[in-house]
Design a protein around this ligand. Structure first.
Ligand code: COA
Length: 666
């Protein structure tokens, strides 16, 4: 059974687990346990280890993590108390009895794991989930002795497991596909980013990581560890040797690459030096040492060579999928850009040159089996599904709460155009990935480059609006399904759809004024023309960043329908596409009367200058004779706001994770 691209489109086939046992109280086991407890506070969790000291340390760590989260204001006192409540430790496997999920995170030793699972199977029901956190051993081997293999697979977490969102879920031959689907759903609904991989040695991401490290070690004949990490710094936040030190990773690479060599050939043999070195002399994160240009060139080519060699192999053999590979490398391994994105930005001639050199230096390593352009054919920021004649487009940027930028807007537009003329397609639904956000607005990471340049900023707003203008003109309905927060540019996108449905917990906001800018993609125009009855609400949202909850937005007529949960949201949104088919939209080309703005109070915490820019734009746009003219006023106001001192302060503060201070910016 092939599941939907968006794991949340279907209702789950099992309930949320209520009793979970984690075996192995080293580092990652308790971290996985902490993630589970912080997202499912009522969970009954037991940590099992053969060593009492490890169990004690693990339980103490729960308390420390919760105290830290509390101190940082990430958890309320009640939440912190709930995380540590219902957590037990034990050295007795009897404690596992009756668990509905057993998650093993013990030492990477095949026979040990097999022994553990033989025992586990005598203690839990035949349908209890059993998963292993192995990073390299295939599920087929780990679970070979189980009587009921269909409920077992590998769920591979990345450090630190309580915070790193990526989990590889392995599609093993004997695992029931519905178990894989359930695990995708479960991880997604609990805030993780599940990536499905084939059941091969080291799965998907550790093939990249292990071989990246292994080839870095091969380079030690020509450069020092610090030099190699410095060169790698162009591509990753932390170089391979720094990470190996952090994770005590040398024996892991030896084991993982031995496994790959046994399965696929001697070109994967681990570098012998891993057996004789405990710690590498390298530089700290963000630091570089001087590297001669010729050494840089050699090391750089080698690192890129092994990276791309692994990537094409993963894709050619169907070990993982292109968007997951890029996303996983960024989120789990700390690459600045996904390797496929890197390939695209460097261009085919350069990629071919690097790969040819790598093939000559490392005979036997995988090479592309297709033209390079073939590897670039994938959707980068959206997941596309079809339900009941409706194309469901899921905004998929889990690292940024699905924030939008011009390329993502264009990608959505391309998907729409590709299906728009198809008579079998009734229309479209736009929804966000995960349970928190439809979309957290425009990608703020793109803003610093625009500050101070009114023309470039206005043009960026125009570029981002190509999709919105297309939606305005579409005959087939597009329905926005708000599964969580809809902010700034995300809300502007939703407001251009033919209708909005929303989960009850969703909320709407234009937070731009908190960043010292004006919302440029129609927020100062479209809501007033579409829902003139709610103009007072929009005044408050634009000038004070007031939040509007879904129920109030429903009462005000902005949201057409409320839904109880994600599957209902999708069902209702799809049904609404069918009801809207063939209906004409209310034209927005007429000017509209605007209620006067109340004077800004003395306690106003935001920039008065930018509030003024917003008010002027709202008034001018309301009087504009056409929608196009009104929208252009908005683009220009955004450009104007990007040149204020307030914008510089607001955008900088967001990047520095601090509260902006508009008291001195005007
Ligand atoms: N653009 C780029 N990245 C964004 C983003 C945006 N609009 N909104 C959130 N993110 C990123 C965060 O930087 C963070 O990344 P990190 O983990 O690498 O630090 C990640 O998404 C998660 O967000 P975080 O801020 O840690 O979550 P939170 O629960 O503490 O706060 C928000 C959630 C939405 C309140 C907060 O992220 C926010 O204020 N975002 C900006 C919203 C906005 O102003 N949108 C309009 C832009 S014009």
């Amino acid at each position: 059974m092939a599941g939907s691209r968006n794991p949340l489109l279907q209702a789950p086939l099992r309930p949320i687990p209520s009793r979970v046992a984690v075996i192995g109280a080293g580092t990652i086991g308790p971290d996985i346990g902490y993630y589970l407890k912080s997202t499912l506070p009522d969970l009954d969790l037991v940590l099992v280890d053969v060593a009492q000291a490890a169990v004690d340390r693990a339980l103490a760590r729960f308390g420390e993590y919760a105290a830290k989260a509390r101190a940082l204001g990430k958890m309320s006192e009640a939440e912190a108390a709930a995380v540590t409540r219902g957590v037990r430790g034990s050295t007795d496997y009897e404690a596992i009895r009756g668990a509905d999920w057993v998650l093993e995170a013990a030492t990477e030793d095949l026979s040990l794991k097999q022994k553990i699972f033989a025992q586990v199977e005598t203690l839990v029901p035949a349908d209890a989930l059993i998963t292993s956190n192995t990073s390299s051993l295939p599920a087929a081997r780990v679970f070979s002795g189980l009587k009921h293999k269909a409920r077992a697979t590998v769920t591979h977490f990345f450090a630190p497991a309580w915070r790193n969102p990526v989990v590889e879920v392995v599609r093993a031959r004997e695992t029931d596909p519905q178990v894989v689907e359930y695990l995708r759903w479960f991880f997604c609904v609990t805030g993780k980013v599940p990536l499905v991989t084939a059941d091969v040695e080291c799965f998907m991401l550790d093939r990249v990581f292990d071989n990246w490290c292994n080839d870095a070690a091969h380079c030690l004949a020509r450069a020092t560890a610090a030099q190699i990490d410095s060169v790698a710094g162009e591509f990753v936040h932390a170089g391979p040797f720094f990470v190996l030190n952090l994770a005590n990773g040398n024996p892991i690479i030896t084991e993982a690459n031995t496994l790959q060599a046994e399965a696929e050939g001697g070109h994967y043999d681990p570098a012998p030096i891993f057996r004789s070195v405990a710690n590498w002399a390298t530089c700290a994160i963000g630091k570089r040492v001087p590297v001669p240009a010729d050494v840089t060139a050699v090391v750089r080519d080698r690192l890129l060579g092994v990276l791309w060699s692994q990537c094409v192999d993963i894709l050619d053999r169907g070990i993982g999928e292109a968007p997951d590979l890029d996303l996983g490398c960024r989120l789990a391994l700390g690459f600045r850009q996904g390797p496929l994105e890197l390939m695209r930005s460097m261009g085919e001639p350069e990629v071919l040159r690097v790969l040819q050199r790598f093939a000559a230096e490392r005979p036997g390593m995988p090479m592309p089996r297709r033209a390079l352009g073939e590897y670039q054919r994938f959707e980068r920021g959206v997941l596309v599904d079809k339900l009941d004649g409706v194309i469901v487009i899921t905004l998929h940027r889990p690292e940024a709460l699905n924030a939008l930028h011009d390329e993502l807007n264009d990608e959505i537009g391309q998907v729409i155009r590709r299906h728009e003329a198809d008579p079998a397609v009734q229309g479209f639904v736009l929804v966000g990935y995960g349970t928190r956000a439809f979309c957290a607005g425009a990608d703020i990471g793109r803003f610093p480059g625009m500050l101070g340049n009114a023309a470039a900023s206005a043009q960026y707003a125009r570029d981002c609006s190509r999709l919105l203008a297309h939606l305005d003109a579409m005959a087939k309905p597009v329905v926005a399904a708000l599964n969580g927060m809809a902010l700034g540019g995300g809300l502007e996108l939703a407001m251009r759809c033919h209708a909005i449905v929303a989960q009850r917990e969703a909320w709407l906001q234009f937070p731009e004024i908190t960043l010292g800018i004006a919302p440029g993609l129609g927020a100062m125009v479209v809501p007033y023309r579409r829902w003139p009855q709610a103009a007072a609400l929009f005044h408050g949202m634009l000038r004070h960043a007031e939040r509007l909850d879904a129920t109030s937005a429903h009462e005000a007529g902005i949201i057409a329908e409320l839904a109880d949960d994600y599957p209902s949201l999708i069902r209702q949104a799809v049904a609404r596409v069918h009801t809207l088919a063939g209906k004409r939209r209310v034209p927005l080309d007429r000017p509209v009367a605007i209620a006067p703005f109340e004077a800004v109070g003395a306690a106003q915490p935001f920039s008065r200058e930018v509030v003024g820019i917003i008010e002027n734009a709202v008034r001018a746009a309301a009087a504009a004779p056409t929608l196009t003219a009104a929208l252009d006023i908005g683009y220009q106001a955004f450009g104007q706001s990007a040149c204020t001192a307030a914008a510089r302060e607001g955008i900088t503060a967001f990047g520095e994770r601090r509260k902006p201070d508009f008291s001195r910016t005007g």
